[in-house]
Design a protein around this ligand. Structure first.
Ligand code: 4AD
Ligand code: MG
Length: 483
């Protein structure tokens, strides 16, 4: 028999093959014993539900039973029988138990009790063995699959854009440098600066902050494409919404204007959420309860009105609000927290950049719905966004979600060469280095648009977790790159 002739616990629970001999493998969550019998709760990650192993001490030796401690890895063979206890329909009567890997109960950090999320972050190498993180990562997988399925079914092509680039697409200057130069003794140019001509790529390079610019090149040939890859930003913002390494999905479409872009984004977000509702019921039920318990410890007025599953259904089934930046500024200026000076950044004039406190006021207090904010002042947005007729605003959109704030940023792109190069000049963006990007405006240009979804922010929303560090396996944040 090959080693892996095992049945997954999910399969056993789905099929309940009473009377069959099977082999299970997994990790011990808990063990309860009396002198007649031991009950072992086994989990193999295929589902949140543990499977009950019944071990008779006249069949399984005392020495082996002792080693079946929390955290140990077991191979268990036996017969599936109807369960005596409530809660599950079948259980396994063990005929043999092989301990594949011991876990010393004195040293194993995960005890069968509630640990804080902060503590679990310090043992990120083990935290996936908890119910919460098992659920989060199964849901994360389902969401990633739904992203690919959505675009594939619509005829979009998945493009792999480079991770090492020489451009800073967003122009925010928050890049991680990539170099093989000797940092202690770098080659110098005549001005005394570092001579990147001596570097591996013979130029200065960094980790990508967005695949968009390359995505645009692909859309100018394949019409509808998307990227889904790691993205790096060295912004020193230690918030519950920012990672230094995150995953972004960036569709880019030829022949789309701003409204087409908004329609696609709304449809896409709803699809992905509905996919999780349809395919992750068990994990979402657990996460819903977890969030409910957490909410109970908050003061009444800070609790959310909807539970997790109801909130997801609400977003999947209702139209998003669409309004312009100018309309939003009017609402914010006249809002209570602005008048009472409760906002950290008060809104007094058109042109102000919106902070997350303003975004959250709009979605959580004012509209109580996701909001698509459009047509921002060009001064606070990137060079590539298409300028509107008013000369002041660009065809940008940000999508704001309750509890999250900005989840999507996008725009119609500036396809007019003269307007684009003028804007690049104004913003000091070197055109000679971007010759390839400008070429798509020189040869066969067309209206096009796209957006970027921060994948972890979507996972945050769907799982109801509150810190972005808890929805990516091994988070990278300022000061943290342990695992
Ligand atoms: O709004 P951003 O900066 O837009 C772009 O990068 C465009 N190039 C997208 C496009 O039009 N193709 O980022 C897009 C999204 C944000 O809305 C947010 O959800 C997420 O990426 N994001 C982050 N997520 C986690 N940690 C960070 N540091 C993030 N920065 C942005
Ligand atoms: Mg943005």
């Amino acid at each position: 028999m090959a080693f892996n002739k095992r049945v997954k616990i999910k399969t056993i629970l789905d099929e309940s093959p009473v009377g069959k001999e099977v082999t299970l493998m997994g990790w011990v969550r808990t063990k309860r014993s009396n002198k007649n019998v031991s009950f072992i709760a086994l989990n193999d990650g295929s589902t949140i539900t543990n499977y009950q192993i019944v071990a008779d001490p006249t069949i399984i030796s005392e020495e082996v039973l002792k080693r079946c401690a929390t955290g140990a890895c077991l191979k268990v063979s036996g017969k599936v029988v109807e369960s005596q206890g409530a809660g599950q329909s079948s259980e396994l009567n063990a005929s043999t138990i092989e301990v594949l890997g011991d876990a010393d109960p004195e040293k194993y950090p995960l005890q069968p009790k509630k640990h804080s999320l902060e503590f679990l972050r310090e043992i990120a190498h083990l935290r996936m063995r908890t119910n919460t993180f098992g659920a989060v990562f199964r849901v994360r997988h389902a969401l990633a699959y739904a992203v690919h399925k959505y675009f594939n079914d619509k005829g979009f092509f998945y493009i792999h854009t480079p991770i090492i680039t020489a451009s800073d697409a967003e122009g925010a200057g928050e890049t991680f440098k990539v170099t093989t130069l000797d940092l202690k003794n770098p080659p110098r140019n005549e001005e005394g600066g570092i001579d990147y001509k001596e570097d591996f790529f013979e130029r200065e390079t960094n980790l990508t902050v967005s695949g968009q610019l390359e995505g645009e090149l692909a859309a100018m040939a394949l019409s509808e494409i998307y990227t889904f890859g790691p993205t790096f930003r060295a912004e020193n913002s230690n918030t519950a919404r920012h990672l230094a390494e995150f995953w972004m999905i960036e569709p880019e479409m030829a022949f789309y204007d701003a409204e087409d872009n908004q329609d696609l984004a709304e449809d896409f977000l709803k699809y992905v959420i509905q996919y999780a509702l349809d395919n992750c019921a068990e994990d979402l039920k657990f996460l819903d309860q977890r969030l409910g318990d957490e909410e109970k410890s908050k003061p009444q007025d800070q609790r959310s009105e909807l539970g997790l599953i109801d909130k997801l259904k609400f977003v999947a089934e209702n139209d998003f609000v669409r309004l312009t930046y100018t309309e939003a500024i009017d609402i914010l200026r006249n809002s209570n927290p602005n008048k009472k000076k409760k906002f950290t950044y008060l809104i007094d004039a058109w042109g102000a950049d919106l902070q997350s406190e303003h975004e959250r006021y709009l979605v959580e207090k004012h509209f109580k719905k996701p909001v698509i904010l459009t047509d921002y002042p060009k001064e606070i947005k990137s060079f590539y966004m298409r300028q509107n007729e008013d000369g002041k605003t660009v065809a940008a959109m940000d999508i704001l979600f309750p509890g999250i704030g900005e989840i999507v940023g996008g725009s119609q792109r500036e396809e007019r060469l003269d307007v684009l190069t003028k804007r690049m000049e104004e913003m000091n963006i070197p055109q000679d280095e971007m010759w390839w990007y400008l070429d798509t405006r020189r040869f066969g240009a067309t209206p096009h648009a796209g957006f970027g979804l921060g994948f972890e922010r979507m996972v945050l929303f769907v799982t109801g977790m509150s810190n972005i560090r808890d929805v990516i396996a091994f988070p990278r944040t300022p000061g943290n790159a342990e695992f």
